[in-house]
Design a protein around this ligand. Structure first.
Ligand code: PKZ
Ligand code: UBL
Length: 274
Protein backbone atom coordinates (compact mmCIF):
# COMPACT_ATOMS: atom_id res chain seq x y z
CA UNK A 1 0.00 0.00 0.00
CA UNK A 2 2.77 2.40 1.06
CA UNK A 3 4.64 1.72 -2.16
CA UNK A 4 1.58 2.59 -4.22
CA UNK A 5 1.08 5.91 -2.41
CA UNK A 6 4.77 6.73 -2.86
CA UNK A 7 4.66 5.85 -6.55
CA UNK A 8 1.52 7.95 -7.06
CA UNK A 9 3.14 10.93 -5.30
CA UNK A 10 6.24 10.57 -7.48
CA UNK A 11 4.16 10.34 -10.65
CA UNK A 12 2.22 13.44 -9.62
CA UNK A 13 5.43 15.34 -8.91
CA UNK A 14 6.83 14.33 -12.32
CA UNK A 15 3.63 15.45 -14.02
CA UNK A 16 3.84 18.80 -12.24
CA UNK A 17 7.37 19.49 -13.53
CA UNK A 18 6.36 20.54 -17.08
CA UNK A 19 3.70 22.84 -15.63
CA UNK A 20 6.24 24.36 -13.25
CA UNK A 21 8.69 24.73 -16.15
CA UNK A 22 6.03 26.51 -18.19
CA UNK A 23 4.87 28.82 -15.40
CA UNK A 24 7.98 29.65 -13.36
CA UNK A 25 10.79 31.65 -14.94
CA UNK A 26 13.14 30.86 -12.03
CA UNK A 27 12.56 27.12 -12.33
CA UNK A 28 13.21 27.36 -16.07
CA UNK A 29 16.42 29.29 -15.42
CA UNK A 30 17.73 26.67 -12.98
CA UNK A 31 16.79 23.82 -15.32
CA UNK A 32 18.59 25.47 -18.23
CA UNK A 33 21.73 26.23 -16.20
CA UNK A 34 21.67 22.75 -14.64
CA UNK A 35 21.42 21.20 -18.08
CA UNK A 36 24.24 23.45 -19.34
CA UNK A 37 26.60 22.21 -16.63
CA UNK A 38 25.41 18.60 -16.90
CA UNK A 39 25.74 18.57 -20.69
CA UNK A 40 29.26 20.01 -20.55
CA UNK A 41 30.17 17.39 -17.96
CA UNK A 42 28.86 14.69 -20.30
CA UNK A 43 30.77 16.18 -23.27
CA UNK A 44 33.87 16.19 -21.10
CA UNK A 45 33.42 12.44 -20.54
CA UNK A 46 33.30 11.98 -24.33
CA UNK A 47 36.33 14.26 -24.81
CA UNK A 48 38.59 12.56 -22.26
CA UNK A 49 39.38 9.37 -24.23
CA UNK A 50 39.72 11.32 -27.49
CA UNK A 51 42.14 13.82 -25.95
CA UNK A 52 44.00 11.18 -23.94
CA UNK A 53 45.26 9.64 -27.19
CA UNK A 54 47.58 12.67 -27.57
CA UNK A 55 48.18 13.30 -23.87
CA UNK A 56 48.38 16.93 -22.64
CA UNK A 57 48.56 18.86 -25.91
CA UNK A 58 47.17 22.21 -27.13
CA UNK A 59 46.00 20.45 -30.32
CA UNK A 60 43.32 18.87 -28.08
CA UNK A 61 41.62 22.28 -27.94
CA UNK A 62 40.36 21.48 -31.47
CA UNK A 63 38.48 18.46 -30.09
CA UNK A 64 37.06 20.53 -27.23
CA UNK A 65 36.08 23.33 -29.61
CA UNK A 66 34.44 20.87 -32.02
CA UNK A 67 32.46 19.16 -29.26
CA UNK A 68 31.22 22.44 -27.81
CA UNK A 69 30.06 24.21 -30.97
CA UNK A 70 26.52 22.75 -31.09
CA UNK A 71 25.64 23.87 -27.53
CA UNK A 72 24.48 27.33 -28.65
CA UNK A 73 21.82 25.67 -30.83
CA UNK A 74 20.35 23.85 -27.81
CA UNK A 75 19.64 27.26 -26.30
CA UNK A 76 18.63 29.14 -29.43
CA UNK A 77 21.58 31.50 -29.16
CA UNK A 78 22.47 32.96 -32.55
CA UNK A 79 26.12 33.93 -32.74
CA UNK A 80 27.76 36.20 -35.29
CA UNK A 81 31.50 36.76 -35.51
CA UNK A 82 32.74 40.11 -36.78
CA UNK A 83 36.30 41.15 -37.59
CA UNK A 84 37.77 37.61 -37.82
CA UNK A 85 40.18 39.02 -40.43
CA UNK A 86 41.96 40.82 -37.57
CA UNK A 87 43.48 37.58 -36.22
CA UNK A 88 47.18 37.68 -37.14
CA UNK A 89 47.57 34.69 -39.47
CA UNK A 90 50.77 32.97 -38.41
CA UNK A 91 52.24 34.07 -35.12
CA UNK A 92 51.59 33.86 -31.38
CA UNK A 93 49.45 36.56 -29.74
CA UNK A 94 47.48 37.22 -26.58
CA UNK A 95 43.69 37.37 -26.88
CA UNK A 96 41.91 39.42 -24.22
CA UNK A 97 38.14 39.30 -23.84
CA UNK A 98 35.40 40.41 -21.47
CA UNK A 99 33.94 37.83 -19.07
CA UNK A 100 30.23 37.92 -18.23
CA UNK A 101 29.37 34.36 -17.26
CA UNK A 102 30.14 30.70 -17.89
CA UNK A 103 28.16 31.16 -21.15
CA UNK A 104 31.31 32.88 -22.47
CA UNK A 105 32.54 29.39 -23.18
CA UNK A 106 30.14 29.32 -26.15
CA UNK A 107 31.48 32.57 -27.62
CA UNK A 108 35.03 31.47 -26.98
CA UNK A 109 34.53 28.17 -28.81
CA UNK A 110 32.96 30.06 -31.74
CA UNK A 111 36.18 31.97 -32.48
CA UNK A 112 38.94 30.09 -30.64
CA UNK A 113 41.96 30.16 -32.98
CA UNK A 114 44.02 27.01 -33.52
CA UNK A 115 46.74 26.39 -30.92
CA UNK A 116 45.13 28.84 -28.49
CA UNK A 117 44.70 28.01 -24.79
CA UNK A 118 42.85 29.93 -22.10
CA UNK A 119 44.34 30.93 -18.79
CA UNK A 120 41.99 29.72 -16.04
CA UNK A 121 41.68 29.76 -12.28
CA UNK A 122 43.10 26.55 -10.84
CA UNK A 123 39.79 25.70 -9.14
CA UNK A 124 38.58 24.43 -12.57
CA UNK A 125 41.04 21.56 -12.21
CA UNK A 126 38.86 20.14 -9.42
CA UNK A 127 35.64 20.03 -11.51
CA UNK A 128 35.87 16.30 -12.16
CA UNK A 129 35.85 15.36 -15.84
CA UNK A 130 35.84 19.05 -16.87
CA UNK A 131 39.09 19.56 -14.96
CA UNK A 132 40.67 16.53 -16.64
CA UNK A 133 39.70 17.83 -20.11
CA UNK A 134 41.04 21.29 -19.31
CA UNK A 135 44.33 19.72 -18.28
CA UNK A 136 44.47 17.54 -21.42
CA UNK A 137 43.78 20.65 -23.55
CA UNK A 138 46.89 22.33 -22.16
CA UNK A 139 44.92 25.07 -20.36
CA UNK A 140 47.22 27.19 -18.20
CA UNK A 141 46.15 27.27 -14.56
CA UNK A 142 46.90 30.09 -12.15
CA UNK A 143 46.30 30.54 -8.44
CA UNK A 144 44.78 34.01 -8.25
CA UNK A 145 45.43 34.26 -4.53
CA UNK A 146 49.18 33.87 -5.05
CA UNK A 147 50.14 36.78 -7.30
CA UNK A 148 53.82 35.82 -7.27
CA UNK A 149 53.11 32.24 -8.44
CA UNK A 150 50.61 33.47 -11.06
CA UNK A 151 53.24 35.87 -12.42
CA UNK A 152 55.84 33.11 -12.73
CA UNK A 153 53.34 30.79 -14.47
CA UNK A 154 52.67 33.62 -16.94
CA UNK A 155 56.38 34.27 -17.47
CA UNK A 156 56.73 30.59 -18.35
CA UNK A 157 53.74 30.97 -20.69
CA UNK A 158 55.53 33.82 -22.51
CA UNK A 159 58.40 31.43 -23.17
CA UNK A 160 56.10 28.57 -24.27
CA UNK A 161 54.19 30.86 -26.65
CA UNK A 162 57.36 31.57 -28.58
CA UNK A 163 59.04 28.18 -28.39
CA UNK A 164 55.90 26.12 -29.19
CA UNK A 165 53.89 28.58 -31.30
CA UNK A 166 50.99 28.89 -28.84
CA UNK A 167 48.39 31.65 -28.48
CA UNK A 168 46.90 32.49 -25.11
CA UNK A 169 43.37 33.69 -24.23
CA UNK A 170 43.01 35.77 -21.05
CA UNK A 171 39.95 37.27 -19.33
CA UNK A 172 41.68 40.41 -17.98
CA UNK A 173 38.77 41.27 -15.67
CA UNK A 174 40.01 38.24 -13.70
CA UNK A 175 36.52 37.09 -12.71
CA UNK A 176 32.97 36.84 -14.09
CA UNK A 177 31.17 40.15 -14.21
CA UNK A 178 27.39 40.31 -14.55
CA UNK A 179 27.13 44.10 -14.28
CA UNK A 180 26.54 44.72 -18.00
CA UNK A 181 29.83 46.60 -18.31
CA UNK A 182 33.52 45.80 -17.71
CA UNK A 183 35.56 45.67 -14.50
CA UNK A 184 38.98 47.33 -14.34
CA UNK A 185 41.54 45.12 -16.11
CA UNK A 186 44.28 43.17 -14.32
CA UNK A 187 47.64 43.64 -15.96
CA UNK A 188 48.84 40.03 -16.32
CA UNK A 189 47.73 39.59 -19.95
CA UNK A 190 49.51 42.77 -21.02
CA UNK A 191 52.73 41.89 -19.18
CA UNK A 192 52.54 38.53 -20.94
CA UNK A 193 52.20 40.15 -24.38
CA UNK A 194 55.04 42.61 -23.68
CA UNK A 195 57.32 39.88 -22.31
CA UNK A 196 56.75 37.75 -25.43
CA UNK A 197 56.73 40.89 -27.68
CA UNK A 198 53.54 39.61 -29.37
CA UNK A 199 50.37 41.55 -30.33
CA UNK A 200 47.28 41.83 -28.15
CA UNK A 201 44.04 40.88 -29.92
CA UNK A 202 40.98 42.29 -28.09
CA UNK A 203 37.70 40.39 -28.44
CA UNK A 204 34.37 41.77 -27.26
CA UNK A 205 31.46 39.47 -26.51
CA UNK A 206 28.25 41.49 -26.64
CA UNK A 207 26.07 41.89 -23.55
CA UNK A 208 23.78 38.99 -22.62
CA UNK A 209 21.39 41.30 -20.74
CA UNK A 210 18.58 41.03 -23.30
CA UNK A 211 18.39 37.21 -23.11
CA UNK A 212 20.29 36.14 -19.97
CA UNK A 213 20.40 37.55 -16.47
CA UNK A 214 21.53 35.61 -13.42
CA UNK A 215 20.02 38.15 -11.00
CA UNK A 216 16.64 38.12 -12.72
CA UNK A 217 16.85 34.36 -13.42
CA UNK A 218 16.03 34.96 -17.04
CA UNK A 219 17.39 32.83 -19.89
CA UNK A 220 15.68 32.91 -23.28
CA UNK A 221 16.81 32.55 -26.88
CA UNK A 222 18.81 35.50 -28.18
CA UNK A 223 21.55 36.96 -30.27
CA UNK A 224 25.22 37.45 -29.44
CA UNK A 225 27.93 39.18 -31.46
CA UNK A 226 31.60 38.36 -31.01
CA UNK A 227 33.69 41.20 -32.33
CA UNK A 228 37.42 40.83 -32.96
CA UNK A 229 39.14 44.24 -32.78
CA UNK A 230 42.36 45.22 -34.60
CA UNK A 231 45.49 43.87 -32.85
CA UNK A 232 47.78 46.19 -30.91
CA UNK A 233 51.51 45.57 -31.44
CA UNK A 234 53.83 45.44 -28.42
CA UNK A 235 57.19 45.26 -30.19
CA UNK A 236 59.62 47.63 -28.46
CA UNK A 237 57.38 48.10 -25.40
CA UNK A 238 58.67 47.40 -21.87
CA UNK A 239 57.10 46.87 -18.42
CA UNK A 240 56.69 50.64 -17.93
CA UNK A 241 54.36 50.76 -20.95
CA UNK A 242 51.99 48.11 -19.56
CA UNK A 243 49.57 50.41 -17.66
CA UNK A 244 49.00 52.63 -20.73
CA UNK A 245 48.60 49.59 -23.00
CA UNK A 246 46.07 48.09 -20.56
CA UNK A 247 44.00 51.27 -20.51
CA UNK A 248 44.14 51.66 -24.29
CA UNK A 249 42.84 48.15 -24.85
CA UNK A 250 40.12 48.50 -22.21
CA UNK A 251 38.93 51.81 -23.68
CA UNK A 252 38.68 50.26 -27.17
CA UNK A 253 36.82 47.22 -25.81
CA UNK A 254 34.42 49.31 -23.74
CA UNK A 255 33.61 51.47 -26.74
CA UNK A 256 32.88 48.40 -28.88
CA UNK A 257 30.87 46.78 -26.06
CA UNK A 258 28.67 49.86 -25.65
CA UNK A 259 28.16 50.18 -29.41
CA UNK A 260 27.08 46.52 -29.57
CA UNK A 261 24.73 46.99 -26.60
CA UNK A 262 23.12 49.99 -28.29
CA UNK A 263 22.73 47.98 -31.49
CA UNK A 264 21.40 44.73 -29.99
CA UNK A 265 19.28 46.02 -27.10
CA UNK A 266 18.58 49.69 -27.82
CA UNK A 267 15.87 49.94 -25.11
CA UNK A 268 18.11 48.84 -22.20
CA UNK A 269 19.43 51.63 -19.93
CA UNK A 270 23.20 52.23 -20.23
CA UNK A 271 25.24 50.46 -17.49
CA UNK A 272 26.46 52.49 -14.50
CA UNK A 273 29.99 53.85 -15.08
CA UNK A 274 32.78 51.65 -13.55
C1 PKZ B 1 34.06 19.14 -24.64
C2 PKZ B 1 34.06 19.33 -23.18
C3 PKZ B 1 34.41 20.60 -22.68
C4 PKZ B 1 34.63 20.71 -21.25
C5 PKZ B 1 34.86 22.14 -20.83
C6 PKZ B 1 36.13 22.67 -21.28
C7 PKZ B 1 36.29 24.11 -20.96
C8 PKZ B 1 37.46 24.66 -21.65
C9 PKZ B 1 37.56 26.15 -21.54
C10 PKZ B 1 37.78 26.63 -20.20
C11 PKZ B 1 37.81 28.12 -20.18
C12 PKZ B 1 38.10 28.57 -18.90
C13 PKZ B 1 37.98 30.01 -18.69
C14 PKZ B 1 38.23 30.33 -17.30
C15 PKZ B 1 38.28 31.77 -17.04
C16 PKZ B 1 38.88 32.09 -15.74
O1 PKZ B 1 39.22 31.27 -14.95
S1 PKZ B 1 39.08 33.79 -15.40
C17 PKZ B 1 40.05 33.80 -13.95
C18 PKZ B 1 41.48 33.51 -14.16
N1 PKZ B 1 42.15 34.41 -15.05
C19 PKZ B 1 42.73 35.55 -14.64
O2 PKZ B 1 42.65 35.93 -13.50
C20 PKZ B 1 43.50 36.30 -15.67
C21 PKZ B 1 43.61 37.75 -15.37
N2 PKZ B 1 44.42 38.03 -14.18
C22 PKZ B 1 45.67 38.58 -14.21
O3 PKZ B 1 46.20 38.74 -15.28
C23 PKZ B 1 46.30 39.04 -12.92
O4 PKZ B 1 47.11 40.13 -13.21
C24 PKZ B 1 47.13 38.02 -12.11
C25 PKZ B 1 48.34 37.57 -12.90
C26 PKZ B 1 46.25 36.82 -11.78
C27 PKZ B 1 47.59 38.69 -10.80
O5 PKZ B 1 46.47 39.25 -10.23
P1 PKZ B 1 46.47 40.15 -8.89
O6 PKZ B 1 47.29 39.47 -7.86
O7 PKZ B 1 45.05 40.40 -8.53
O8 PKZ B 1 47.16 41.48 -9.16
P2 PKZ B 1 47.37 42.59 -10.27
O9 PKZ B 1 46.88 43.87 -9.69
O10 PKZ B 1 46.89 42.26 -11.63
O11 PKZ B 1 48.93 42.54 -10.30
C28 PKZ B 1 49.74 42.84 -9.18
C29 PKZ B 1 51.03 43.45 -9.68
O12 PKZ B 1 51.75 42.48 -10.43
C30 PKZ B 1 51.99 42.98 -11.76
N3 PKZ B 1 51.88 41.85 -12.70
C31 PKZ B 1 50.75 41.16 -13.00
N4 PKZ B 1 51.06 40.20 -13.89
C32 PKZ B 1 52.36 40.29 -14.14
C33 PKZ B 1 53.24 39.56 -14.99
N5 PKZ B 1 52.79 38.55 -15.77
N6 PKZ B 1 54.52 39.94 -15.02
C34 PKZ B 1 54.97 40.96 -14.26
N7 PKZ B 1 54.19 41.68 -13.44
C35 PKZ B 1 52.90 41.34 -13.39
C36 PKZ B 1 50.93 44.03 -11.99
O13 PKZ B 1 51.32 44.98 -12.94
C37 PKZ B 1 50.79 44.64 -10.60
O14 PKZ B 1 51.81 45.52 -10.34
P3 PKZ B 1 51.58 47.14 -10.43
O15 PKZ B 1 51.30 47.39 -11.87
O16 PKZ B 1 50.39 47.42 -9.57
O17 PKZ B 1 52.86 47.68 -9.95
C1 UBL C 1 34.13 15.92 -8.39
C2 UBL C 1 33.57 17.29 -8.54
C3 UBL C 1 32.52 17.32 -9.61
C4 UBL C 1 32.13 18.75 -9.90
C5 UBL C 1 31.27 18.78 -11.12
C6 UBL C 1 31.09 20.18 -11.60
C7 UBL C 1 30.48 20.14 -12.93
C8 UBL C 1 30.63 21.44 -13.65
C9 UBL C 1 30.37 21.20 -15.05
C10 UBL C 1 30.52 22.06 -15.99
C11 UBL C 1 31.04 23.41 -15.79
C12 UBL C 1 31.05 24.09 -17.09
C13 UBL C 1 31.69 25.41 -17.04
C14 UBL C 1 33.19 25.29 -16.96
C15 UBL C 1 33.91 26.51 -17.40
C16 UBL C 1 33.49 27.75 -16.71
C17 UBL C 1 34.44 28.85 -16.98
C18 UBL C 1 34.19 29.95 -16.06
O1 UBL C 1 33.35 30.77 -16.27
O2 UBL C 1 35.00 29.98 -14.98
C19 UBL C 1 34.79 30.98 -14.04
C20 UBL C 1 36.01 31.86 -13.93
O3 UBL C 1 36.27 32.37 -15.15
C21 UBL C 1 35.86 33.02 -12.99
O4 UBL C 1 35.42 32.53 -11.81
P1 UBL C 1 34.78 33.48 -10.69
O5 UBL C 1 33.72 34.30 -11.36
O6 UBL C 1 35.88 34.32 -10.15
O7 UBL C 1 34.24 32.49 -9.71
Amino acid sequence: MEVTVGTAALALALLALPVLYERSGSFRFFCKMGFYNGWILLLALVAIPLCALRGRDVENMKIIRGLMQHVKHLYGIRMAVRGAQHFPPRQPYVVVSNHQSSLDLLGMMEVLPDRCVPIAKRELLYMGAVGVVCWLGGIIFIDRKRTHDAISVMAEAAHTMLSQDVRVWVFPEGTRNHSGSMLPFKRGAFHLAVQAQVPVVPIVISSYQHFYSKQERRFTAGQCVIQVLPPLPTRGLGPADVPALTERVRAAMLEAFEALSAELCPTAPPPAPQ
